[in-house]
Design a protein around this ligand. Structure first.
Ligand code: GLU
Ligand code: ZN
Length: 318
């Protein structure tokens, strides 16, 4: 690696709620290509933190589907559910700095409060927490015999203290992005009342703990990025670079779901699957048509990705 080349660590972080489908393969392939194009390390992290939503065996299925496509992680796979101590530490840090507060509102309480404010969400719209339990001045007293609270990030206080009303980032695919987190999501949850840590906290903790420098994932997650940047700042962690890939849409034009085509991929013909994923990523698949082995196809795809997105360590050697 030449002088001044930053170490690159990327990752694919599926939730094992089902097998790999056409959409998740796009994210897997893009993150792998980007890591290879930068001469970097590619990690796979199983985001099985939301245990009630996980399907037994799905994680192993995903790993064997990836392997069938020639996508092999460079280090042992990490399972997020085994790392809740790290989330607990991060939450404790935020508690000590009073950037979080306990909330005992039920979903119904939140809806009622929003209705009272004339802000009832439309169907499928994200509910912006109305701030019912947000402490006004003194830190809230916890009643130890009460049920486990939801711990919420005090977005409202954090962004006003740090002049971060608009969080900006430069997305490597989408270009300049910004979000007003207070308006878009409000004080979001870091730990739920059933004691599970949320995706927002776990992803920030694990990305930093694993030294991830580049996040490549599907565009359905783009609007989580600003929340994650706020948490990184509150925890004094570096912000990685982000690239959000185009989504694979079902035949009805809607986001892929089990109902409209998010079926498990049949990996008996991995090249065919990779070609479809490459098309979504805008690669020139005709130029890749002549390659017949998985290895050669992936190599040619790395060269194309490199021409578009980055430094190619291989070009130093050729
Ligand atoms: N586990 C998340 C998902 O599958 C993705 C996390 C990420 O890439 O940040 O939706
Ligand atoms: Zn509340």
């Amino acid at each position: 690696m030449g002088n001044g080349t930053r170490r690159y660590i990327g990752r694919f972080a599926p939730s094992p709620t089902g097998p790999l489908h056409a959409g998740s393969l796009v994210a897997a392939l893009a993150s792998w290509l980007d890591a290879r194009a930068h001469g970097g390390t590619w990690l796979v992290r199983m985001e099985d933190i939301d245990q009630p939503r996980c399907v037994p065996g799905a994680g192993d299925t995903i790993l064997s589907q990836l392997a069938a496509c020639g996508l092999h992680p460079d280090q042992p796979v990490v399972w997020q559910s085994q790392r809740t101590a790290l989330c607990q530490q991060a939450l404790a840090l935020l508690q000590a700095q009073q950037w979080v507060y306990p909330c005992t509102c039920s979903r119904k309480d939140i809806l009622t409060a929003l209705q009272t404010l004339g802000q009832a969400p439309a169907r499928h719209e994200e509910r912006v927490y109305p701030g019912t339990c947000r402490p006004i001045s003194a830190p809230p007293k916890l009643n130890p015999s009460a049920k486990h609270p939801t711990w919420r990030f005090n977005t409202t206080a954090y962004v006003s203290t740090h002049q971060l009303q608009l969080v900006h980032w430069e997305d490597r695919w989408l270009g300049p992005q910004q979000q007003n987190v207070t308006e878009a999501v409000g004080d979001f949850a870091l730990q739920r009342s059933d004691a599970y840590f949320t995706y927002q906290l776990a992803v920030v903790v694990d990305d930093s703990q694993q030294g991830v420098t580049h996040v490549v994932r599907g565009a359905d997650l783009a609007d989580n990025t600003a929340r994650q940047i706020l948490l990184q700042q509150a925890l004094n962690l570096p912000t990685p670079q982000y690239l959000h890939t185009p989504l694979v849409l079902g035949e009805d034009g809607a986001k892929l779901s089990k109902q409209n085509g998010a079926t498990a991929l049949d990996t008996s013909d991995p090249l065919k699957l990779l070609k479809t994923a490459a098309q979504t990523l805008g690669l020139q698949t005709e130029a890749l048509a002549n390659t017949t082995s998985l290895h050669d196809w992936l190599h040619a795809a790395v060269l194309q990705w490199t021409a578009r997105f980055g430094h190619n360590i291989m070009s130093d050697k050729i």
